[in-house]
Design a protein around this ligand. Structure first.
Ligand code: GAL
Length: 669
């Protein structure tokens, strides 16, 4: 068995460093700009750029014409400048000649509208025609550049699924049927799983099944969940198909693709993709709001979870404003560096941006870049150069792994998809927001957490928080049961343990999959109308959801009660010792004032204490990495004041001894 590379291919003896760079789109610029680009990249300390992402039309201007000369020159120029290339397969955006000749590659929406050419990513993940053209291009690139010394990694396509994850075309229908036939074997198994006895939906054969296109009322939930799974798998198949071509030509060059672990981007189950790439890469854009920086950390931690704690590649973020939010707020001085270093804190060994030079035309011309419209004589470019210097101060961090936290937050894409389906008790439930609020509460308490996919090894964690873990197949219930009996402390919440992986309810009282473990039983959900909150005995209140919880085991302790006389006064939070561990349940969506005390009590019972000196708890977020270069503490300020880092022993590599408001300090212990 050959071992796969896990990081960039660089000449033997090149010391590992935190890489720095961007997407580089030279085809948008005349050649004299290329020379200036390389000079400025050197000035900024850039050592890697992603090239060719949207270059298909420039590499293959017609079906039978290939024009690689310009790309040869770009790669040579970059190599001469000491800059490595993460070379894209260029398949993200098919050129107009292709979609004109083959309109059957265009994706179709749920309503039957065809998504036309003229933007980007207008291709069906399941189109055999698109696949043929994409693999031919991949093959040409792999042949031509396999031995180019600039090549450090392959970049498959780009943000697979950003715009085309859910395609309802006839190609998708055919592929969905084949996927279902593989999953269920015979159609009666599908009928059972989807509960098609309901509303006369019984299928006589797989040929009758369609994607959940726009229908007269709620489409079958099992069909919707399977279509979500299928859609994610179809894109993963595309990733694997391109990857296989690349591996045939360059077995020693790592293959990656940029994930989108951020915000509400939800179509791809990256837990099932991560093992298909040699190194995990992610794109992250800050969404403004009070939890913007906690969300960044949450996403970065989950990316680290997908990478199994190994270093990963931040492929894109922004130096300042983006162009696709309703109002595109510019980053304030210091924010670009802070965001970059926060990703490093969570395991990124490369800090890259979209894009190197801000475009002068096209839909992204108002999206910031490393070289803004103002040119290199700008505050932004000076900040870029300064960030490049900061990263050099962290070279010893490169290659280090994350140090497992005391607490894990389980993140499960299937539960995300299923818990927010239509036809549910409420459409106000937000899976990711609930998980993020627990993250914020943990950081407020000064406690480190790792966000991990549901399949991760949980044994190293003292506490596992599994918010809205809605889809629970028997094997997951068994794993969590074993975790608890072996000494783990599990905390789960409302709408968890409700359905199996066919989206069929676990009967006998909620939460069916965890009822016996938790020692509680719920007969009816109590979703709350907008604006209605229920006070909690330990402080704060719950919204969105409530439940009349019955305690069914003698050893269950009620940690908090609803305090709404005449409405609900039963248990709101329960805790039960089980085996060598415990299982706790939170039956409502707590506000911050409610979550803090509840979490404090649960942490105490799990024996989890903050690693931070008391005066820093909540004011900074702590992350830890460890490797040959040392044991590193990253302290990310969440405060508007300068903080004294007294009590944190070690050598300050960056940002100390006083931690600036909103800044980042790195200490080697
Ligand atoms: C990503 C994409 C880039 C660029 C960027 C803008 O979705 O990969 O090509 O569009 O967003 O924020």
């Amino acid at each position: 068995m050959t071992t796969r590379p896990t990081w960039l291919r660089t000449p033997a003896g090149t010391p590992r460093r935190i890489s720095f760079g961007a997407d580089y789109n030279p085809e948008q610029w005349p050649r004299d700009v290329w020379t200036e680009d390389v000079r400025l990249m050197q000035e900024a300390g850039v050592d890697v750029v992603s090239v060719g992402i949207f270059s298909w039309a420039h590499l293959q201007p017609a079906a039978d014409r290939w024009t690689f000369g310009w790309l040869d020159d770009v790669l040579d120029l970059l190599h001469d400048g000491g800059i490595g290339v993460d070379l894209a397969t260029a398949t993200a955006s098919p050129p107009p000649w292709l979609t004109t000749a083959h309109p059957e590659v265009l994706p179709v929406t749920r309503d039957g509208a065809v998504l036309t050419q003229g933007a980007r990513q207008h291709w069906r993940p399941t189109s055999p025609v698109f696949r043929r053209y994409a693999l031919a291009l991949t093959e040409k690139l792999a042949q031509r550049y396999a031995d180019h010394p600039a090549l450090v990694a392959w970049h498959v396509n780009n943000e697979l699924g950003c715009h085309n994850v859910h395609d309802y075309s006839d190609d998708a229908a055919a592929a969905f049927r084949a996927w279902l036939a593989r999953r269920y074997g015979d159609v009666e198994a599908l009928n059972h799983a989807w509960g098609t006895a309901f509303w006369s939906q019984r299928y006589g054969s797989f040929d009758e099944v369609l994607p959940p296109r726009r229908a007269a009322s709620h489409p079958n939930p099992g069909q919707q969940l399977d279509f979500a799974r299928f859609s994610s798998d179809a894109l993963r198949d595309h990733l694997v198909a391109e990857r296989e071509v690349l591996r045939r030509h360059t077995p020693d060059v790592p293959v990656t693709t940029n994930f989108m672990v951020m915000g509400e981007t939800r179509g791809m189950d990256y837990a099932s993709w991560a093992s298909e790439v040699d190194l995990v890469a992610n794109d992250h854009y800050v969404h403004p709001g009070p939890q913007a920086r906690d969300e960044l950390s949450f996403s970065a931690s989950l990316t680290g979870g997908l990478a199994g704690g190994l270093p990963w590649f931040l492929m894109e973020h922004s130096t300042s404003a983006v162009n696709w939010q309703p109002v595109n707020v510019a980053k304030r001085p210091g924010e670009m560096a802070r965001d970059s270093l926060a990703h490093v804190a969570h395991g990124a060994d490369a800090v890259c941006f979209f894009q190197w030079r801000q475009s002068s035309a096209g839909a992204e011309k108002y999206h910031s870049g490393m070289v803004p419209h103002a040119g290199s004589r700008s505050r932004l470019f000076r900040d870029v150069v300064s960030l490049g210097r900061d990263l050099r101060a962290l070279d010893a961090v490169a290659g280090s792994h994350r140090v497992t936290a005391p607490v894990a937050i389980l993140f499960d894409w299937e539960s995300w998809w299923a818990s927010e389906l239509d036809s549910h008790p409420t459409d106000r439930l937000r899976y990711r927001a609930e998980a993020l609020d627990w993250w914020t509460a943990l950081v407020d308490a000064g406690v480190r957490a790792d966000v991990v996919p549901a399949g991760a090894d949980l044994s190293p964690y003292a506490m596992v928080l599994a918010p809205v873990l809605h889809v629970v197949p028997q094997r997951l219930a068994d794993r969590l049961d074993a975790y608890v009996r072996g000494g783990g402390h599990l905390v789960t919440t409302y709408f968890s343990g409700i359905v199996d992986d066919a989206e069929r309810v676990w009967l006998g009282g909620y939460p069916g999959a965890f009822r016996d473990l938790l020692g509680i039983r719920v007969e009816e959900f109590g979703p709350l109308p907008d604006g209605e909150t229920l006070p909690i005995s330990t402080g704060g209140s719950g919204s969105v959801w409530s439940e009349p919880v019955d305690v069914i085991a003698a050893d269950v302790e009620v940690l908090a009660r609803y305090a709404a006389p005449g409405v609900l006064e039963g248990p709101a939070v329960t805790w039960r010792p089980v085996g060598r561990g415990s299982a706790a349940y939170v039956s409502t969506r707590l506000d911050a004032a409610g979550r803090g005390p509840v979490l404090a009590g649960l942490l105490e019972r799990a024996g989890v204490v903050s690693e931070l000196p008391e005066h820093l708890r909540g004011c900074v977020e702590l992350t830890r990495r460890r490797g040959d270069g040392g044991d590193f503490w990253f302290l990310l300020s969440r405060s508007g004041e300068t903080l004294d880092l007294g009590g944190v022993e070690g050598t300050v590599l960056l940002g100390g001894p006083d931690l600036a408001a909103g800044g980042v300090a790195v200490v080697r212990r």
